[in-house]
Design a protein around this ligand. Structure first.
Ligand SMILES: C[S@@+](CC[C@H](N)C(=O)[O-])C[C@H]1O[C@@H](n2cnc3c(N)ncnc32)[C@H](O)[C@@H]1O
Length: 197
């Protein structure tokens, strides 16, 4: 499917000085589910080029510290963000967070991680599922009780399985396909709230 660089959300992101159009997915999730209330520490997995970290930074300001991780760098420095260039499968996030001065557990954990797509649907779905599982694993270890977790996944047969896992650890689980998601994309977002711990 053709990439449309100049669509409405791409233009809007440029005008509002956000690094990517993905910002409007997180904004829609936040408006609908109010996920950042009182958050002091936020973890952003798959943060590059940086629009989600920018959103959190602008919204919460200096009351919040953000730890952002990606295989690729951010497009710019973002206030209140500590960025670490890393592969989520190859680091000890508990150690890393401590080393970077994140002394407490996180109030919110976000994962917009996506694999490099191959065009082979089943392969892309499997890789996306692997990333979602990893993100959930991170959340189970680093999220505060009552905290919130947002995770992207390419829709697949694993949907029910993932949803079921979330329901055993969170009081509320919602699924959203944001308005700004491209028509051809299979992505969905799980919004899991009130971590049981
Ligand atoms: C859709 S982009 C994220 C966009 C970002 N939320 C924003 O608003 O700018 C997905 C990101 O996941 C990252 N990613 C994929 N696999 C990863 C891994 N194993 N470790 C860390 N980041 C990964 C990619 O490098 C890519 O930058």
């Amino acid at each position: 499917m053709a990439y449309k660089p100049n669509d409405y959300y791409t233009k809007k992101a440029k005008e509002e000085n956000f690094a990517a159009r993905s910002i409007y997915k997180l904004q829609e999730i936040d408006v609908k589910y109010n996920i950042f209330k009182g958050a002091k520490q936020v973890l952003d997995l798959g943060a590059s080029p940086g629009s989600w970290s920018q959103y959190v930074s602008r919204k919460l300001g200096n009351q919040t510290k953000i730890l952002s991780i990606d295989l690729n760098p951010l497009s710019q420095e973002i206030p209140y963000v500590t960025f670490v260039l890393a592969d989520i499968f190859k680091i000890d996030l508990i150690e890393l967070a401590k080393k970077e001065g994140f002394t407490d557990l996180f109030d919110v954990i976000l994962s917009d991680m996506a694999p490099k797509t191959t065009g082979i649907r089943i392969t892309d779905q499997a890789r996306s599922y692997e990333l979602s599982q990893m993100a959930l694993n991170v959340a189970l270890n680093l999220l505060k009780t009552h905290g919130n977790f947002v995770c992207k996944m390419f829709d697949s047969n694993e949907f029910q399985n993932y949803n079921k896992q979330l329901l055993t650890h969170f009081k509320k689980v919602n699924v959203l396909r944001p308005k700004s998601t491209r028509k051809e994309s299979k992505e969905i977002f799980f919004i899991a709230q009130d971590f049981i711990g």
